[in-house]
Write a protein that binds this ligand. Structure first.
Ligand code: ADP
Length: 553
């Protein structure tokens, strides 16, 4: 009970910080909600301690039987947001370092699993950071008692009798089922994405996830508008971007990039009010950018770039400092290997020489080792089944190959047909050969992996410190996902996971599905956010000292 707790905690008065370790062995019972510390920090400057509490089903009162397993993604997101908004009310500071810090990281507007709130076997498991208070290295007992006997019980009370919020939860679950339904519909047609009329695509600023106020809502001309009857009973209208090569064109500042970014975000469901709730993309959609300087490990990029004495063997291409075009070619073929639905490209962030070359230049540079995406696009989309969406307005050459053209004007899309605008195809198509598959054998000599902000820092035993910024992967929305990638990488190394990257993606996703966050780490911290195995592979492909073998053909 809470009274016993205060009596017990009084013993901590003025003790040295190390005495906090005794908290490790206790279980606090807050009216049938049991709490325990799963990590105790060693000093007030170290990352805060972790308190985990379990709210049993008879206490939380949610009728879980009425939900499907997939709905738990929404429940977890809902519970996490509740935990976040409750705990920030009590955020304060005392003593030294992280003393009195309390809470979990702020969630972005996407609805995903987060380790701060999980449903495990019918119970709700919640985890929060607590900075155990001290002044220097002396324990401060008053704030300690305040946190554990007043604040924590108040937070816990918000997770009792949750049937009161069932209406709100159900609204989100029904929306989520609609979202998944649209994703299935897209898969059936092998289409790229759906964007509902009245969606708000632009954000307030590059550092904000809030919708831009007074934005022009998305709307598609009637002729191309599709009606979708959703499982919830709602009917919505909007644009379905079909399979093949889609080019988004238009003048500068007309909303092309904003549309492309929304397609990337569409891999996640969004919370009500976001504006992108009904922007739905196939789950494996990846925006590829040129990444000068990236590492490449034995990727077959020979369809795009022919071998030359200078470049070397492009069937088994290795680089520790890739150029724009080789980096993009490798990134695209890595995605083909791992298995994706859509690849998005933006002229602004691409190596132009890989995207296109006009008729004249193609004749002039007949010895150019590069075969452009323009010439390969048709064969690429047909052979791999992967759709391409490219923002392009500098050249007509890519347009001449497009299956679908979206013209953006004042943030309004219209659909152009090649015949209507008098486009003639100019260059002959070239054949794309899917890359030879590689087998991942491990990452050598890793001493330490850390996630900080958007960056992974890996220390190797040979003294190398390697930094990978996940900002280059536009699928990564929250820092919790970066931390999750770090956690899974450690697991991959510890468990000596090997195999093709396609298999790796599957293995990671299966472990998560079966065991949740605890499938990858014994002590689950409160700040992990779900990632697809694809994004772990994205990181592996770019690290230092990664071993890939050719699959014997
Ligand atoms: P483009 O790629 O065509 O050059 P952007 O997508 O970068 O254009 O958009 C240019 C600017 O217009 C950005 O500041 C963006 O926030 C804003 N914007 C985009 N879409 C809308 C919209 N629907 N309503 C209002 N402003 C928008």
């Amino acid at each position: 009970g809470v009274d016993e707790l205060s009596t017990f905690l009084k013993m901590f008065s003025n003790k040295r910080y190390g005495y906090y370790k005794t908290l490790k062995s206790i279980v606090i019972n807050y009216d049938n909600v049991r709490a325990s510390f799963t990590r105790i920090q060693s000093d007030p400057y170290a990352p805060p301690s972790i308190l985990e509490f379990i709210v049993p089903r008879n206490i939380h009162g949610l009728k879980l039987k009425r939900f499907r397993v997939r709905d738990y993604q929404v429940l977890s997101d809902y519970l996490y947001r509740r935990l976040y908004s409750e705990s920030i009310r009590y955020r304060w500071k005392c003593g030294s370092g992280y003393s009195c810090f309390l809470g979990v990281p702020k969630p972005s507007p996407i609805m995903i699993y987060r380790s701060g709130a999980e449903i495990v076997g019918g119970d709700i498991v919640l985890r929060i950071f607590i900075g155990l208070p001290a002044s220097g290295r002396r324990i401060l007992v008053k704030p300690l008692i305040h946190i554990l006997s007043i604040i924590i019980p108040r937070i816990i009370d918000k997770f009792r009798n949750l049937y009161k919020c069932e209406k709100e939860i159900w609204e989100r679950v029904l929306y989520f089922r609609d979202y998944l339904y649209i994703q299935e519909l897209l898969a059936d047609e092998n289409a790229v994405a759906f964007i509902a009329n009245n969606s708000i695509l632009p954000r307030e600023s590059s550092i904000s996830q809030k919708p831009l106020s007074n934005a022009v809502p998305f709307s598609i001309e009637d002729k191309y508008s599709r009606e979708i009857r959703l499982p919830s009973g709602k009917t919505i209208y909007g644009l379905i971007i079909p399979q093949g090569l889609t080019v988004i064109t238009g003048g500068g500042y007309h909303g092309k990039t904003t549309l492309l970014e929304a397609l990337q975000e569409g891999v996640y469901p969004h919370i009500p009010g976001d504006g992108r709730e009904y922007v739905v993309s196939r789950p494996r959609t990846v925006l590829v950018k040129a990444e000068d300087g990236r590492f490449i490990h034995r990727v077959d990029i020979s369809s795009f770039i022919k071998k030359t004495p200078v470049i070397g063997d492009t069937k088994d291409f290795i680089s520790r400092d890739a150029s724009g075009s080789t980096s993009m070619a490798a990134s695209i073929n890595e995605l083909v290997e791992a298995g994706v639905d859509n690849i998005l490209l933006d002229e602004d962030t691409s190596a132009t020489n890989l995207l296109y070359k006009d008729e004249y230049m193609a004749r002039l540079l007949s010895d150019d080792p590069i075969t452009t995406i323009t010439q390969l696009a048709r064969s690429f989309t047909r052979k791999t089944g992967i759709n391409l969406v490219v923002v392009s307005s500098a050249s007509s050459i890519l347009l001449s190959k497009a299956d679908f053209i979206i013209l953006m004007r004042n943030y309004k899309p219209s659909i152009l047909s090649r015949e209507e605008i008098g486009l003639v195809e100019k260059l002959p198509d070239k054949q794309y050969r899917p890359p030879r598959e590689r087998v991942f054998k491990g990452i050598r000599g890793v001493e330490k992996i850390r996630a900080k902000g958007s960056k992974l820092t890996i220390k190797y035993r040979d003294g190398t410190v390697f930094e990978l910024d996940l900002k280059n992967n536009p699928r990564i929305i929250e820092n919790g996902q970066v931390k999750m990638i770090a956690t899974i990488l450690k697991w991959v190394i510890r468990e000596k996971i090997t195999g093709s990257t396609r298999k790796l993606v599957e293995t990671i996703n299966n472990v998560f599905q079966e065991k949740g966050f605890s499938g990858f780490t014994k002590v689950v911290p409160p700040d992990l956010s779900w990632v697809d195995g694809l994004d772990v592979v994205w990181a592996i492909n770019r690290l230092y000292n990664v071993v890939f073998e050719k699959r014997p053909s």
